[in-house]
Design a binder for this molecule. Structure first.
Ligand code: EPU
Length: 424
């Protein structure tokens, strides 16, 4: 088993090149199945979610090869349209093969997706939208079966679901006619997918707005695309600087992608500015409370930053509350932070954190990706050596959190151990 050992107390100073975005690359990978031609994806993060996506893509017949940070993919001939639970249960994004394989083969059988345990994650919006555009859907022995060609039409999503918007775009990209999506998700990852599909030959208007229109094409062609920097990884490191103090230069993120998180981190006391795609963050290590933060769809404060934010406020002046409207159950980190002496509590969908002067090291267990990142931020502020298990969660989305934080002065390392740490 891998564990992380984090010793707190160091201020963080220096530059970090921000890896490619997890939530942008996953739909782009699924979209690569829409053409028989070769696709090259640069700045692709080496994370386990990408590895799990590639296992599914290889299973259905796509050739996948890494050349440094470039993934070369070619789905010349797809020979499998049934994907079992052993392949889908590791990740939520496996649901994107529904839209992609439906577009390419007009028939797909897919086991339900898995992913981090952060509360209920239904797929009704994906299925309703596809059904409204003429796809025949059924559940056979716990697998989703979808058949048919997508018709042109207009769908109004009842919630701007990121995954459902992506699935519709994927399904519509190879269908003839126009699909109009109302109340579409506006996340930067939707814009990235639309850029990629446009480079492949699809015609899309409105990416990044509530109304997206896609004119599919009979054939799409190969292309090259560079994955944008991960706004959540960048935000995690900005919060680490907020909590520990220091001066970071985060290279890569685009300022508009940080809407929602930037003003909150500024309000918490970090001095920040942008120059030529570098996010400069300077902080004293004494964050100020920020009242109530509410997560929501982009451009609101991202749910993926909720646990790292709680952890960054452990030693703040005053109290901060965070309401997670996207995943009201995503507070697994609260019990772990209390083991370090944190004054943090949860009341339904709201967590409240009041700063304490001292935090002590503890044995902590991560239960999901962003909670794991939050525990790292907690460890960076506490006295003594914090040991974090559940490292596989962090590897789902952070390419090498030890490399990144070590290079700016953090005392963090990964170790292999035979021991099993108790969750108690
Ligand atoms: N929802 C439904 N029905 C659906 C789909 C979603 O009720 O059919 C609900 C969900 O239960 C949730 C809300 O709508 O309450 C948001 O879900 P959404 O579909 O927007 O999220 P997602 O596509 O499953 C992506 C990211 C998540 C991120 C959310 C919200 C990927 C692979 N995952 O999930 O990322 O939290 O959008 O921004 O893109 C992470 O990176 O740690 C992560 C969980």
């Amino acid at each position: 088993m891998k564990i992380l050992k984090v010793t707190g107390g160091n201020a963080l100073s220096g530059g970090i090149d921000i890896q490619g975005s997890k939530n942008a690359v996953l739909p782009v990978l699924a979209a690569s199945l829409l053409t028989e031609e070769k696709v090259r994806i640069y700045h692709c993060p080496r994370i386990s979610d990408v590895a799990d996506m590639l296992s599914i893509m290889e299973y259905v017949g796509c050739k996948c090869a890494w050349h440094k940070d470039c993934l070369e993919l070619q789905a010349a001939c797809l020979n499998n349209d049934a994907i079992c639970g052993a392949l889908t249960r590791n990740l939520r994004a496996s649901i994107l093969f529904l839209g992609a394989l439906l577009a390419r083969k007009q028939e797909v059988r897919l086991a339900y997706p898995g992913g981090c345990k952060i509360g209920a994650r239904p797929i009704d919006i994906h299925l309703d939208a596809l059904a409204r555009l003429g796809v025949a859907l059924s559940d056979e022995n716990g697998e989703i079966c979808a058949k048919g060609k997508l018709h042109p039409g207009h769908v109004n999503l009842k919630f701007p679901s990121v995954g459902a918007t992506e699935n519709l775009l994927l399904a519509a990209a190879l269908s003839e006619g126009t699909v109009h999506i109302s109340d579409a998700a506006r996340e930067p990852e939707i814009v990235a997918l639309c850029e990629f599909l446009t480079l492949m030959g699809a015609e899309i208007t409105g990416a990044g707005s509530r109304e997206i229109e896609i004119h599919g094409k009979k054939r799409l062609h190969g292309t090259e695309y560079t994955i944008p920097a991960d706004r959540i990884v960048a935000g995690t490191y900005a919060l680490a600087a907020l909590a520990c103090g220091g001066n970071l230069q985060l290279h890569g993120p685009a300022a508009p992608d940080l809407a929602g998180q930037y003003p909150v981190i500024a309000k918490a006391g970090a001095h920040m500015f942008f120059r030529r795609n570098t996010w400069h963050v300077e902080a004293s290590g004494h964050p100020k409370s920020v009242g109530l933060i509410q997560t929501g769809p982009f451009p609101a404060f991202p749910t993926d930053m909720q646990s790292p934010m709680l952890a960054a406020m452990l030693r703040s002046e005053g109290c901060t509350s965070i309401a997670d409207t996207i995943y009201p159950e995503r507070f697994g980190i609260v019990g772990e932070l209390r083991k370090m002496g944190a004054d943090v509590s949860r009341d339904g969908t709201v967590a409240r954190i009041c700063g304490t002067k001292q935090l002590h090291a503890a044995a902590l267990c991560a239960g999901e990706l962003r909670g794991a990142a939050g525990l790292v931020i907690a460890g960076l502020q506490s006295e003594g050596e914090t040991v974090i298990s559940g490292v596989s969660y962090i590897e789902r989305g952070y390419e090498d959190i030890c490399r990144d934080l070590q290079q700016v002065g953090a005392d963090i390392r990964m170790e292999e151990t035979g021991a099993v740490l108790s969750k108690a």
